[in-house]
Write a protein that binds this ligand. Structure first.
Ligand SMILES: Cc1cc2nc3c(=O)[nH]c(=O)nc-3n(C[C@H](O)[C@H](O)[C@H](O)COP(=O)(O)OP(=O)(O)OC[C@H]3O[C@@H](n4cnc5c(N)ncnc54)[C@H](O)[C@@H]3O)c2cc1C
Length: 379
């Protein structure tokens, strides 16, 4: 006897997408999250074209597009000189741009859709253990509750309890640099329709637009403060050639710091336990792929689980793992290359910029990057 067909652990973007997709397909689904309420911070700021394509079927894309701003261009620059221009507007998709929208908004719209479809998130409820047998999984929670499900999905983030309980390895490592991140108001000439990576000799700075005339600034620094102040961010812009009246920070709306790991789970499946999102892969935010991959995992896993619950061979679940894991590996490789290039030692940076400037003139290089950053290469 099962309480539910699928227990989804974690109501981040991946778990919410999976749950809404399952409920839409008529699969009995229970979602739990250990937080009393969803996070309201901006975090992942880019929704790419492929994610908008896959969320179309859930009727979430048009809602996202209404709340976000469209950035059809991505450039890597050295000061005002463009090293690589990436133009999404030429791509053959209904969504030829990066949609800039805070993660809290994306999560709110996914939760709204889940609720509309008749689903709900039970919170706060923390999974502590899972034990599987021939016909189901017994999940235990910190409040002593027990839920019996046919399948359990760990959409419970980087430190996934489901992954640990399943004994699935999470190989990889961490980069040395720490990064500062701030959503700020700016005076100056930051464009509202373009994501820019400035590769100055003094170091990398990312400047990306968000709704409400806010800009996201990200930069590697030796010792990132827990909450960056306006003078701290201004100092980074000044040191890296973006200050001097070009960009003046007037206000920090939200800030944070982070270190980056690069890891992929050894498998996305161990019997009746499955992984989705950050529980299965983490990597550098260069190129803004993390949340996008997690949402795309959710849609793919919903198809596989609906088939398995409907009586199809469980090999569909292995196919999910076999299809999604190599994509995560490719994303880890691409973001690793971008991160290493962006954080090369100071002395190597002028040579790097000359080489990148030459490569960036090649149309195939520009198009290849556009396909990867938009996620359309993984269609
Ligand atoms: C400061 C910061 C900035 C970021 N910036 C970017 C960016 O610019 N671009 C980008 O692509 N990504 C960025 N990310 C990463 C992005 O936020 C993640 O990739 C994304 O949230 C992953 O979604 P997810 O649904 O897989 O997992 P999560 O969002 O981590 O959600 C997991 C959920 O599981 C719940 N949970 C965990 N354990 C349990 C348990 N035992 N029982 C019940 N519930 C549990 C948690 O409460 C959480 O709600 C950033 C992250 C941070 C923290």
């Amino acid at each position: 006897m099962h309480d539910t067909d699928v227990l989804v652990v974690g109501a981040g973007p991946s778990g919410l997408t999976l749950a809404a997709s399952l409920v839409k397909k008529g699969v009995a689904t229970t979602v739990v999250d250990r937080q009393a309420a969803g996070a309201n911070t901006s975090r992942a700021a880019v929704v790419n074209a492929r994610t908008l394509e896959v969320l179309d079927g859930l009727d979430v894309s048009r809602r996202l597009v209404k709340e976000g701003i469209q950035a059809p261009r991505f450039t890597i620059r050295d000061g005002r000189r463009i090293l690589i221009p990436v133009d999404f507007s030429v791509l053959s998709t209904e969504y030829p741009y990066s949609l800039m929208v805070p993660q809290a908004t994306t999560e709110r719209l996914l939760l709204d859709r889940l609720t509309e479809l008749g689903g709900a998130v039970i919170r706060p409820k923390t999974l502590t253990a899972v034990v599987q047998d021939a016909d189901g999984v017994t999940a235990t929670f910190d409040d002593g509750d027990v839920i019996r499900a046919r399948y359990v999905v760990g959409a419970d983030g980087m430190h996934s309890t489901v992954r640990e309980q399943a004994g699935i390895g999470f190989e990889g490592g961490a980069y040395q640099e720490s990064f500062t991140l701030a959503d700020v108001r700016l005076r100056g000439d930051a464009p509202a329709d373009e994501v820019i990576l400035f590769w100055a000799k003094a170091g990398l700075t990312v400047v990306a637009p968000l709704p409400g005339e806010i800009f996201r600034i990200v930069a590697p620094v030796t010792d990132a403060p827990e909450e960056p102040s306006a003078p701290f961010i201004q100092q980074i812009l000044d040191e890296r050639g973006l200050g001097a009246g070009r960009m003046v920070v007037t206000d920090v709306i939200w800030g944070s710091r982070f270190r980056i790991h690069h890891r992929v789970a050894d498998s996305y499946r161990a019997g009746r336990l499955l992984l989705s999102g950050d529980a299965a892969h983490v990597h550098s935010p260069a190129g803004g792929q993390g949340m996008n991959l997690g949402i795309q995992d959710g849609v793919a896993l919903a198809d596989a689980l609906a088939a398995a619950v409907g009586g199809a061979s469980e090999s569909v679940l292995d196919e999910y793992s076999a299809a999604r894991r190599p994509i995560a590996q490719q994303v880890v490789e691409m973001t690793d290359r971008l991160t290493r290039l962006a954080t090369l030692p100071r002395a190597a940076r002028p040579i790097r910029n000359t080489a990148i400037g030459l490569a960036g003139r090649i149309p195939a290089v520009q198009r290849g990057l556009a396909m990867r950053l938009s996620g359309l290469v993984y269609r």
